[in-house]
Design a protein around this ligand. Structure first.
Ligand SMILES: Nc1ncnc2c1ncn2[C@@H]1O[C@H](COP(=O)(O)OP(=O)(O)OP(=O)(O)O)[C@@H](O)[C@H]1O
Ligand SMILES: [Mg+2]
Length: 321
């Protein structure tokens, strides 16, 4: 385990994805939404990197870039030692089975025309196994995620939200991935079901030595699951540190606002999160949080900050930290 902890499974360098903002009768490009704007981080094997940020901060766009559902405008993604953004499709397919994603909404991400068996088998498409071996693994996966065998012939709409998310997880694990990107996998579920799913994810991670990128709004979940946390805001990472460090000592004014809106009762308990998404758009060349920041000084109005290490392994993008 100690040995694994040293291996970097994913490294992202200065990743960017801008979407054109079109307006008017002729649908003219009038600007760009900088959904992901210079994001860098790395993830060690068997660990979980939590990504937290309010709606529209670019979390899902980042997730899609990592598995090449979207192509970046700039930057590099190394999976193990292979740079994947420039990899030809044929080459990427060989790696594709090592990367999986679970989406937020288990209903729209499961094809309603397919039975559960077909959905999970589809996840094994890239594996070189015969039919009998694949079928055996479908059974094992169902068992792992806590579904009974009679689920196989049924369709997604016949299941509850929690059960559907178990199917999504089984499908994501079908290709025997090393890295699983979990884009808000529990946020559509009831609190009691959320806890079951989180425990299942932890159990599977230990059993299968998985590395996770865990995206969530819910700070309690992020704290519970993550080894390290990145706080995203309008396409940028504003703060990054080990989980306990960032929760005990949030330094960026945005992180402080975000965390203070959660009434913590003890270490891992919370009531609700009530951060409002404001519509103001700061100058792109300055700190994205400037219009909402209570601590701004002259320097903040002049130059854009960058992530710097202000404490050991605690990075903050703020002139005042
Ligand atoms: N295909 C697209 N075309 C144009 N703009 C997009 C597209 N996808 C995302 N965006 C924009 O990029 C920004 C980031 O969106 P993204 O879905 O990554 O946010 P998010 O952090 O996942 O939000 P949420 O927490 O609500 O899921 C938003 O402003 C969004 O409107
Ligand atoms: Mg999202």
């Amino acid at each position: 385990m100690l040995e694994n902890a040293q291996i970097t499974i994913l490294e992202v360098k200065d990743l960017k994805k801008f979407f054109p903002l079109k307006r008017g009768l002729f649908y003219k490009t009038v600007g760009y939404i900088k959904a992901v704007d210079g994001v860098s981080f790395s993830l060690r094997q068997g660990k979980t990197l939590g990504i937290v940020g309010e709606s529209g901060s670019g979390k899902s766009t980042l997730a899609k870039l990592l598995i090449k559902i979207l192509e970046p405008d700039a930057g590099e993604i190394f999976f193990r030692d292979k740079e994947i953004t420039s990899l030809p499709e044929r080459e990427f397919r060989k790696l594709r089975k090592s990367l999986s994603i679970v989406f937020q909404d288990p209903f729209s991400s499961l094809d309603p025309r397919f039975t559960v068996e077909k959905i999970i088998l589809e996840g094994m498409e890239l594996l070189k196994e015969n039919k009998a071996e694949k079928r055996k693994r479908v059974f094992r996966l169902l068992e792992m995620v806590g579904l009974s065998y009679d689920a196989l012939e049924r369709f997604p709409h016949e299941f509850s939200g929690g059960q559907r998310q178990r199917i999504s997880i089984a499908r994501a694990l079908a290709s025997e991935p090393e890295l699983v990107i979990l884009d808000e996998p529990v946020s559509s579920l009831d609190l009691s079901i959320q806890a079951q799913m989180i425990n299942l994810l932890i159990e599977l991670q230990e059993k299968l030595k998985l590395s996770y990128i865990f995206i969530a709004h819910d700070l309690r979940v992020i704290r519970h699951l993550s080894d390290e946390v990145c706080v995203m805001y309008r396409g940028k990472i504003l703060e990054r540190a080990f989980s306990e460090e960032i929760f005990q000592n949030p330094l960026h004014p945005y992180t402080q606002t975000l965390f203070s809106s959660i009434p913590f009762i003890g270490k891992k308990t919370f009531i609700s999160q009530t951060v409002t998404v404001e519509e103001e758009k700061p100058e792109d060349r300055l700190c994205r949080f400037l219009p909402r920041c209570g601590k701004k000084k002259t320097l903040c109005e002049e130059n854009e900050p960058f992530l710097k290490e202000v404490l050991p392994h605690h990075f903050v993008s703020c002139w005042q930290c």
